[in-house]
Design a protein around this ligand. Sequence first.
Ligand code: ATP
Ligand code: MG
Length: 350
Amino acid sequence: MTKRILTGDRPTGRLHLGHYVGTLSNRVALQSKYEMYISVVDLHSLTDRMDDPQKVKNIPDSVRELVLDYLAVGINPEKTTILLQSAIPEISELFAILMNLVTIARCERLPALKEKIRDQKIQHPSMGLLNYPILMASDILSLRAHLVPVGKDQESHIEFAREIAKTFNRLYKSRPGRDKVNDDEDAKKVFPEPEAIIGEAQTLPGTDGKAKMSKSLNNAIFLSDDERAVEEKVMSMYTDPKRTSASVPGTIEGNPLFIYHEIFNKNISEVEKFAERYRTGDVGDVEVKKALVKALNTFLNPIRFRRKNFEEQKGLIDKVLTEGTKKARVEIQNTLQIVKQSLGLPILSS
Ligand code: ATP
Ligand code: MG
């Protein structure tokens, strides 16, 4: 049996080079080996912005940009099912059920949630924010996904979803063909117990030299940036601050200029020569930056080309999302049916 993978993104804006390095390139590779689903988790977007209607208003545009970015980098809707979370009410239904298996204290202990509350200085976290790991578990379990590729920081959330699945499976059994004797314990499990695939990918630093490229830090190069935008961002990028002139020997390690060159410049010997000249104080930042502009544009051009092409196909994004959502919903409705049967909730004849 081909294992099922679920990943997702909050529609909060366009994707950048950090996303490409950290997750998108991996997803493109995985879609050929697994049964792949990507959920556009718009309900998750609400968890930290519902007090700002303008931000909420931007969600539909962000959904569109997100799906365009997926297609542009090579996510293929023939292989990957792209679904819209809010259009599948059964996910929220499962959320309402699973919530009862989790204590408030357990949610409060989740490291990624704690960090978010701390980093974003959220004084009074809403119930929605506190519950978002349960909503995430509902995304995973409703689709009966086996594997969830995430960064190290998100590992605790998958462990949490696994815990919920185990607890549910222990307390309630699936009842396929109730009159048949079925000794197979696995077949009685309502939920597969999901596992995280922890990515080895590095974190791409921002153009300002901060450890992480992030759209909220305003230090990102977006996949949809045009050539001019890339040039402006690269030419004003942070490099080795000790270099006051081209003749001052510079540091390569941890220097975003060289980190980007190493990842995106396919001309390896050019990068090696620059590195050598930089170390010995034999090249100006401007020359190395200009070469990076060229390399990044070479990398981004096919992505831009595909993006434009998809953008011009009227109704395409809608179609991809509608079809993906429809397909996923059938799976999820089936899960809910099993869940309700196993709980013994009354099922009305419609
Ligand atoms: P926001 O500013 O809204 O938090 P962001 O740009 O920081 O957005 P996230 O939503 O935090 O992006 O990122 C989602 C996922 O994308 C991360 O879990 C990680 O896998 C990947 N990712 C994001 N930024 C980077 C980066 N700079 N390097 C590597 N991976 C990244
Ligand atoms: Mg972030």
